[in-house]
Write a protein that binds this ligand. Structure first.
Ligand code: ATP
Length: 351
């Protein structure tokens, strides 16, 4: 009977990876109990899988059709697959969040992507590499916290809202500007990445400074990066700079995993009318080779939550902005799974 269930599972494709769950090694367990109930455990390629419900439905339908099966119990686990060359020991994927222009909401997006992935069950780190304007610590509600070293003299990332993070703001006295030049910046970034006790992470999200400068270059030379996400607002001036950032990543051989359009539109809370203040959908003009991961509206709560130190996706999960950000995080995780699979052999051993 187990063989028949496995054969049925072999007909179910992961909708994103376009291969069957058995050859992908995603079936951790398939057993049939005395009452004819099949118990199937599917190990997703990311806890933030955007297609979990669909996979569950397909598994249920396929196994239910096996003669002698009277019920199906589907459970899920997740095992994020590392890139062909993992970024760091213990860190499976480094994802850069960049923008061409300042002030487009890059840090807000980075914080909320990280929090959303962590809420879905992934192990997430967030590195504030925006050394000139570090805002991550404040947005995480830890602006006054200080980073300490562990017994091995490695920087111990801070923890809040289910994720680990490090920010220059937690190293330098509050309110002091950092006047660092290229080589110092390079070594600071190296330390943040390599001399910090990140532990085991599925995703390390890096909030870059805006633009196309030393820090971006330094990072792409320091670690094997899985890809970058570009944050832009829809108006022309932002898009021109976003295109420049995309070109920089292309030259550094960093794949662009998608674009997030922030401040896409505004829905007036009193009338419900939608205003496209900056020209919604403009980021589609960046080209269709980059998936549009989401359109995030202007949302007063998202700003207020950031000021109060809680990611909006956690404080107001039902708002349109939070839903768009959570969807973007899952689509991004899906993109990463697809890329990791492309570097795996055709057949995987079934566990
Ligand atoms: N969708 C949004 N709705 C409302 N406010 C937003 C939204 N996105 C960002 N903000 C607010 O806009 C301001 C700038 O955002 P943020 O600091 O994330 O931008 P940034 O691109 O990282 O800036 P910088 O380039 O200076 O680092 C913040 O006050 C933030 O709370």
């Amino acid at each position: 009977m187990r063989e028949a269930v496995m054969a049925a599972l072999g007909t179910v494709n992961d909708p994103e990876l376009h291969r069957d769950l058995v050859s992908l090694g995603m079936i951790e367990r398939a057993e049939v109990d005395g009452a004819g109930v099949a118990h199937v455990k599917v190990n997703l390629t990311t806890p933030a899988c955007p297609l979990k419900d669909r996979i569950e439905g397909d598994v249920r339908a396929a196994v239910q059709a096996v003669p002698g099966i009277h019920g199906v119990v589907v459970t899920f686990g997740a095992m994020v697959r590392a890139a062909a060359q993992p970024a760091l020991p213990g860190v499976k994927h480094v994802i850069l969040v960049g923008s061409g222009k300042g002030g487009v909401g890059k840090s807000s997006v980075a914080v909320n992507l990280a929090a959303s992935l962590a809420r879905d069950g992934a192990r997430v780190g967030l590195l504030d590499a925006d050394v000139y304007g570090p805002s991550v610590a404040h947005m995480m509600g830890q602006g006054a916290a200080k980073v300490t070293a562990n017994a091995e003299r490695k920087m111990q990332p801070l923890e809040a809202h289910g994720l680990k993070f490090l920010s220059m703001a937690n190293l330098s006295p509050a309110g002091q500007a950092l006047v660092w030049r290229g080589p110092m910046l390079h070594s600071a970034i190296q330390q943040f990445i390599k001399d910090a006790a990140w532990g085991e992470l599925d995703y390390l999200i890096v909030d870059l400074p805006p633009g196309t400068g030393d820090v971006q270059l330094s990072l792409t030379q320091t670690v094997q990066v899985t890809g970058a996400v570009i944050v832009t607002t829809p108006q022309d001036v932002a898009l021109i700079d976003a295109a420049r950032a995309i070109d920089m990543f292309r030259k550094a051989s960093v794949p662009v995993l998608g674009v997030i359009e922030n401040m896409s539109y505004f829905v007036a809370p009193d009338t419900g009318l939608t205003y496209d203040l900056f020209g919604r959908g403009g980021s589609r003009r960046l080209g269709d080779q980059f998936p549009l991961l989401g359109e995030v509206p202007i949302d007063v709560d998202l700003r207020a939550d950031a000021d109060q130190g809680t990611p909006g996706v956690l404080a107001h999960p039902g708002s349109a902005a939070s839903i768009a950000l959570a969807h973007a995080a899952r689509t991004l995780a899906g993109q990463i799974s697809v890329r990791s699979l492309a570097s795996l052999p055709d057949q995987l051993t079934v566990v």
